[in-house]
Design a protein. Structure first.
Length: 178
């Protein structure tokens, strides 16, 4: 008797990675201001801007490995497994829209909210994954640790810098909500 084929294959992970990065590239690489981060008042514990891309690549890959492990478990679907899959989906969505909020809209407040929400999604994933696949929980935990630091940085930036998107005088090229 052979085991069933995995439901989550490597190309599913590649598609998620490509889609999320394509969505996040548009606002910063094409429409946004990549130097926006370095022009802000940053806390002393803020990582250098060059660290974000390689670190996120590693964290995205470890998160996809964790997602594949949980998706391909040989157990009947249960609440914890569904919670991991749902919270990881939320995490990928938050990752994809971050650059729109921060680099295109120039909104430290919205970016901080996105980052903290990503931390909470990762926390839910870690807790839920711990009961179904401890190695997956550890892999997601790496992202959670980074998001703990990123949340502190993002909240500090939001508190110490103007947010033109949410004010009456938005950044050039950005229209406020009406």
């Amino acid at each position: 008797m052979t085991s069933p084929a995995p439901r989550f294959r490597w190309w599913h992970g590649a598609a998620i990675l490509a889609a999320a990065n394509a969505i996040s590239f548009w606002p910063v690489g094409v429409r946004g201001d990549a130097a926006f981060y370095t022009g802000l008042r940053l806390p002393p514990f803020a990582p250098p801007d060059w660290l974000f891309a390689p670190l996120w690549l590693v964290l995205n890959i470890t998160s996809l490995v964790a997602l594949a492990r949980v998706a391909n478990l040989e157990i009947a679907p249960n609440r914890q497994r569904r919670l991991v899959l749902l919270s990881e989906g939320v995490g990928w969505l938050l990752f994809a829209v971050f650059t729109t909020l921060f680099f295109w809209l120039h909104s430290p407040v919205l970016a901080a909210a996105d980052t903290v929400a990503g931390l909470l999604a990762a926390l839910v994933s870690v807790v839920a994954a711990a009961s179904v696949d401890r190695p997956a929980a550890g892999l997601i935990g790496l992202r959670m640790l980074w998001l703990l630091l990123a949340s502190a940085v993002a909240v500090s930036i939001a508190l110490h810098n103007p947010d033109p998107f949410l004010s009456a005088t938005p950044a050039p090229g950005v229209k406020p909500f009406q």
